[in-house]
Write a protein that binds this ligand. Structure first.
Ligand SMILES: Cc1ncc(COP(=O)(O)O)c(C=O)c1O
Length: 387
């Protein structure tokens, strides 16, 4: 090899990050022709009206850069929705920003508020981007476990983790992967705990419209003491069955939004225009998001009825499109090994909960995604019935 085409050595920023279990499990599922209940995305299409709205926007020539903060009509639709559902009025011009999905929203929020050496509390298990995001910002990750078994927040532990260097806490309800939904009492506890501090909240509410059994989503927007310190993140991808569109938003008080936008304008600048116009006109009707909980509750019940006939033990699923199960009655394999075995031998892919802990804590629990056609769920249940 000539020295001219030598790639200089690069010191990795992430020595421990390799191929994630999500990629491993999806590849294995494809190889084995397994029903993939691992990754969290629907296998059915969105409402054709939404496709028409986006296509209309493209045909009208709405294909150039939109405003950096997002198309005004979409920001206004988001502000109106939040006010109608959670009773807090966000100013569409200064407090709502359209993002390239929740993932970009979260990293942008972290980069905007976390300085090197700042501590950020995460509640494990948690979505896998939080920890690397904090590390990229030079922050120190402070991991607090949700209560093993129930996955409820443990406020004594959260309180003990707070220090003078705590800059932020990331919370997520409805929660991926445990499918728990924070109660009003829990949100009030968080509000009280943070009241004497200057800690910011990044509230990941991407599953806000998937809450079951008559429970209400307790958005941080409902609680003045939380809303004043929160960047609230949501995802149109989850709400409208279009995860591949990568579009979401952040709602935050004007002073926080101003800082958020300073980072946003130099990491993504703008988010694709026709999707924004399409979503803005589609949001004129609240029905799709108002009906989403009932839509997924029916799928959850179908899936749970089938699982109840196996030796897998159901954990509660209060929200999201996930169902966790305890595998101890079936196998004493480690979660990750169990998932591989299940894919190989029974043709159903799942995700080990340990993948969502930095230390890979193993509790004998795996996560299935039920955002699938009924026939997909039935086919998975037929296979699992043989367990
Ligand atoms: C808890 C949580 N936050 C954020 C995201 C990312 O959402 P988006 O696809 O809009 O980036 C996901 C997607 O799985 C998630 O489960």
């Amino acid at each position: 090899m000539s020295t001219l085409d030598r790639t200089p050595p690069l010191q990795t920023k992430f020595p421990t990050i390799g191929t994630t279990i999500f990629t491993v499990m999806s590849a294995l599922a494809a190889e084995k022709g397994a029903v993939n209940l691992g990754q969290g995305f629907p296998d059915f299409d969105c409402d054709p009206k939404l496709l028409d709205a986006v296509t209309d926007a493209m045909r009208k020539g709405l294909n150039q850069y939109p405003p950096m903060t997002g198309v005004p009509a979409l920001r206004e639709a988001v502000a109106a929705k939040i006010e109608a559902l959670y009773g807090r009025k966000y100013d569409a011009a200064t407090e709502i920003t359209i993002t390239a999905g929740a993932t970009q929203a979260i990293i942008t929020a972290v980069l905007a508020i976390v300085k090197p050496g700042d501590e950020v509390i995460v509640l494990e298990p948690c979505y896998d981007s939080y920890v690397p995001n904090i590390e990229l910002a030079g922050g120190v990750v402070v991991r607090v476990p949700l209560t093993p078994g129930t996955f409820r927040p443990d406020f004594a532990k959260i309180g003990a983790a707070i220090s003078p260097r705590t800059r932020a806490i990331i919370v997520n309800s409805p929660h991926n992967p445990s499918a728990t939904v924070w109660t009003r009492a829990e949100m009030l506890r968080l509000q009280d705990l943070l009241a004497p501090t200057d800690i910011f909240v990044i509230s990941d509410e991407v599953y806000e419209h998937m809450v079951f059994d008559g429970q209400l989503h307790q958005s941080a927007a409902r609680f003045p003491g939380l809303a004043a310190r929160s960047l609230i993140v949501s995802s149109f991808g989850k709400t409208y069955h279009v995860t591949g569109w990568k579009i979401g938003y952040v709602a935050a008080p004007a002073a926080l939004t101003a800082e958020f936008r300073k980072v946003h304008q130099f990491n993504v600048f703008t988010v694709n225009t026709p999707m924004q116009f399409g979503l803005a006109s589609y949001m004129a009707s609240p029905e799709p998001y108002l009906q989403l909980s009932a839509f997924y509750q029916r799928k959850r019940d179908l899936f749970r009825e089938g699982i109840a006939r196996t030796r897998l033990k159901l954990l509660p699923s209060e929200g999201t499109y996930f169902q966790c199960v305890d595998i101890s009655g079936v196998s004493d394999l480690k979660e990750a090994d169990f998932c591989k075995w299940l894919t190989n031998e029974f043709g159903v892919a799942a995700i080990p909960m340990s993948a969502l802990y930095v230390d890979g804590d193993d509790q004998g629990i795996v996560r299935f995604c039920f955002a699938k056609k009924d026939e997909t769920l039935r086919s998975a249940l037929d296979r699992l019935a043989k367990l």
